[in-house]
Design a protein around this ligand. Sequence first.
Ligand SMILES: [Zn+2]
Ligand SMILES: [Zn+2]
Length: 278
Amino acid sequence: MAIAGSCLCGGVRFEIERAIGPFELCHCNRCRKSSGSAFVAGVGVRVDEYRLLTGRELIASYDAPILERPPAYRVFFCTRCGSMVPEPEPSGEWFEIPAGLLEGDPSVRPDKHIFAELEPAWLEIAARLPRLTKAELIELRLGRRPAPEPPEAWRVAPVLVVRDVGQSIAYYRDTLGFDVIGTFGEPPEVAFVGRAGIQLMLQDAEGKPTPGSNRGYKSVAWDAHVWVEDVESLHADFVARGATIVKPPTATFYGAREIEVADPDGHVLCFGQQMQNS
Ligand SMILES: [Zn+2]
Ligand SMILES: [Zn+2]
């Protein structure tokens, strides 16, 4: 389905079949000036998948003085509302359009900051995207440099030793709403289960006694703690699925709201929500 886009006044309307990327956040001085913001978010679109629907007569362009060599930095804008708009008659195979004009989700996501050395001091870039200076961008564009890898992201999976991995998989999947990310062995000896970005690893005790729950050592100990955004609805979900609730939603002296659930081996998982006004 096509994704619609328009300027602020709605005079210029266009649609694209899809966005293909790259999706760059450009901090160059000219993008900063023309947008009045920290960067221009430009997303790559195939020329034959772009259609200008209305407002051709409203579109004007401005060529900034050439700083180094042609072509000039050119910006297209709506003469009625001033919004930056896509080039009305683009050439070549693909071109970049201002992503902020799109009404729908282009599905692709920003893949890099460019001209990162020019980012304004007041902007704190929190996103974990590669940050290329102009020199690095030129190297990338000329193919002399491999595409930047996103910074490495580590993930931890607490390991729970269980009597029967198959049974535990079923419980985590059907009762706690986890996805089975992968298993090893047939029948499974090891499984990764995950929900909302966290993972647990279940390992089979292979007939040996399991180490048991940390609760066996201390009456308040957990085997895993997970921060969540909405502990009440998670609790309702667990109750509806028939999970073993050890502790219903409870406010703590340290400003959290927590529930505890147990798995078939008695491991106690705490799901905690940090409350705002604490
Ligand atoms: Zn307009
Ligand atoms: Zn720029």
